[in-house]
Design a protein around this ligand. Structure first.
Ligand SMILES: *[C@@H]1O[C@H](CO)[C@@H](O)[C@H](O)[C@H]1NC(C)=O
Ligand SMILES: *[C@@H]1O[C@H](CO)[C@@H](O)[C@H](O)[C@H]1NC(C)=O
Ligand SMILES: *[C@@H]1O[C@H](CO)[C@@H](O)[C@H](O)[C@H]1NC(C)=O
Ligand SMILES: *[C@@H]1O[C@H](CO)[C@@H](O)[C@H](O)[C@H]1NC(C)=O
Ligand SMILES: *[C@@H]1O[C@H](CO)[C@@H](O)[C@H](O)[C@H]1NC(C)=O
Ligand SMILES: *[C@@H]1O[C@H](CO)[C@@H](O)[C@H](O)[C@H]1NC(C)=O
Ligand SMILES: *[C@@H]1O[C@H](CO)[C@@H](O)[C@H](O)[C@H]1NC(C)=O
Length: 498
């Protein structure tokens, strides 16, 4: 009697194992990267899958390092993006960061042009080409080529369109950056573009004209070659050897900015990105993580808004506020709407804040006028409706006027440098009610968080065992790398991207 029992249990065990493989196998096949197409041909269409919460791959390169697909941002929004698969880092977004409301009615199609359209709103973005196939290169360049591979009789496919010509916030290894291109930070505030003989970084804190004000400039060292007037515009390129090179039309660079991993052996891959704080950062892929190996602006105090509006940056120490009565503990200095687009200080009443021992960041490239006294400098700003503030140096007589909403100034141990700043009345006035709302918000957030954690724990308990494998695939685990996209000012990109 007991003998027959054991084989039955064993059979049940094997049956269970068989059941397990049967269950996990089709799941693995549909979620793993290799099942993604390597080219898209005429007639291709795809719509976002409502069960995907982060990234839905549609096209991958030959090795599977990079993938083109629908990127779901913040649950509610959608972008067409090329991501680095192992890190889930977005490298390119169609339409310079174009985001649309997530909708199953949004469609990506290829009919010669790659087209994102919506049944309700029509065409949102198009590559405007008449190509034969779409492919992703092993350097993450999205290519639209004339012919499908099968139709070619010798002769390489000719490239009609490449995403490398339309960068968003990132440059990849080997990607040419020319004077026709712009990098834009994900919050839409900062941009990088080439001048006749320099790399320029611009900030737009209000609705003033493009590209905003120049806050940092890199000039070529001209060691190996010089920039010659009338010999064509310059271009920059991120070299696999670990530097940003600037070239005119020769092969000798007019400038080289080496990274800390300069000429290190290895098969890493590199990218630089214009970050939401306005810095250009270089990253090096070590097969498991992206290491920072370059910062264009090395001292954060030289960034235009290191401590936010009305902040004061103390070199080597950190942030405080221009108004010494306000503490920086909340992470910012003024809780008003100081940066509203199209606003100017004259239309509303303002109060004045003065501070001794401050200067503008990167004053070497800021415009100034020479004035004989502090009073003259201040009153020139006072009567000017586009002026938000002025900084005067009593020793040199330089008067710097600031014609955009006040951001961060730099502390100097020099009492002859004095700042004059307009603060719009009403900014920070509703402080107590704001605090109440913030408090309520935090409370609600906490409750949601606790509910959320409870939910996840329950959910995990249910899924553990049979479907644990699916979670390992990280289909919905990409919270971290996408956080840069979730900033509130993304709307501005949506507008400018059209
Ligand atoms: C690309 O894939 C190869 C092979 O899997 C890997 O060795 C390499 O590190 C990957 N490169 C990047 C940038 O992910
Ligand atoms: C491709 O589709 C778009 C959007 O529907 C349309 O505007 C365009 O004319 C089409 N191109 C061709 C070659 O059919
Ligand atoms: C970059 O420019 C160089 C020189 O014009 C060219 O040879 C190279 O193919 C370009 N690379 C890409 C990816 O367009
Ligand atoms: C660079 O290009 C300009 C015009 O395109 C040409 O006149 C000049 O000779 C070129 N210089 C070199 C060094 O190739
Ligand atoms: C007001 O300031 C702006 C820049 O700060 C300047 O361009 C303009 O000329 C000034 N207007 C007057 C009337 O001084
Ligand atoms: C500015 O300089 C003048 C003369 O150079 C001097 O009389 C005055 O005291 C100085 N003011 C400040 C605030 O340092
Ligand atoms: C993301 O969601 C949060 C909460 O719903 C919202 O406050 C925020 O504005 C959203 N971000 C974007 C870019 O839509």
């Amino acid at each position: 009697m007991e003998d027959t029992n054991i084989p039955t249990e064993l059979t049940q065990f094997y049956a269970f194992l068989f059941f397990l493989t049967f269950l996990t196998h089709p799941i693995a096949a549909t979620s793993a990267a290799p099942s993604t197409a390597h080219e898209l041909l005429n007639g291709f269409t795809a719509t976002p899958d409502s069960s995907v919460t982060s990234f839905q791959p549609l096209l991958s390169d030959s090795v599977g390092n990079y993938s083109l697909g629908f990127l779901r941002v913040n649950q509610t929004q959608l972008a067409l993006a090329v991501i680095h698969v192992p890190s889930k880092e977005p490298l390119w977004i169609a339409g310079n960061g174009l985001l649309t409301q997530w909708s199953s009615k949004t469609r990506l199609s290829f009919n010669g042009s790659l087209v994102i359209s919506n049944a309700r709103t029509g065409v949102l973005w198009s590559s405007h080409t008449a190509g034969g196939r779409v492919r992703l290169s092993d350097t993450s360049n999205l290519l639209i080529e004339l012919m499908a591979a099968a139709d070619q009789n010798g002769g390489g496919p000719s490239i009609l369109w490449q995403s490398f010509d339309f960068p968003y916030n990132t440059l990849m290894e080997g990607q040419n950056f020319t004077s026709a291109m712009t990098l834009v930070s994900s919050n839409g505030i900062y941009s990088m573009r080439l001048g006749p003989d320099f790399i320029g970084f611009y900030a737009k804190f209000d609705a003033s004209s493009d590209p905003g004000h120049l806050y940092f400039q890199h000039n070529p060292m001209e060691v190996k070659a010089r920039v010659m007037e009338g010999e064509g515009s310059i271009r920059a390129i991120l070299s696999p050897d670990g530097f940003i090179g600037m070239y005119q039309n020769g092969t000798a660079p007019v400038d080289v900015q080496p990274f800390s991993s300069f000429q290190q052996p290895g098969t890493g891959s590199r990218r630089v990105r214009l970050e939401p704080d306005g810095n250009l950062i270089g990253y090096y892929w070590t097969r498991s993580t992206w290491l920072v190996d370059f910062k264009q602006v090395s001292d954060p105090c030289d960034l235009p808004s290191a401590c936010g509006p009305y902040g004061l940056c103390q070199r080597g120490k950190g942030c405080s506020c221009l108004d010494s009565q306000t503490s920086y503990t909340s992470g910012r200095c003024v809780t008003g709407e100081t940066t509203i687009a199209g606003d100017d200080p004259c239309r509303k009443k303002y109060k004045v804040l003065k501070r001794i021992g401050v200067e503008v960041p990167n004053k070497e490239i800021m415009a100034y006028k020479i004035m004989s006294s502090l009073e003259k400098c201040e009153s020139a700003c006072e009567v000017n409706c586009t002026c938000w503030g002025a900084v005067y140096s009593n020793t040199s007589g330089f008067c710097y006027t600031i014609d955009y909403p006040i951001q961060t100034l730099v502390e100097v141990l020099d009492d002859t440098k004095v700042g004059y700043f307009k603060i719009r009345e009403g900014a920070g006035k509703s402080g107590t009610s704001t605090r109440l709302w913030v408090g309520l918000g935090i409370l609600c957030g906490l409750v949601l968080l606790i509910l959320g954690i409870g939910g996840v724990v329950l959910y995990k308990r249910e899924r553990r065992g049979v479907k644990g494998y699916v979670e390992e695939e990280g289909v919905n685990g990409g919270v971290g790398p996408y956080k840069n996209l979730g900033s509130a000012s993304f709307k501005s990109i949506e507008l400018s991207g059209r």
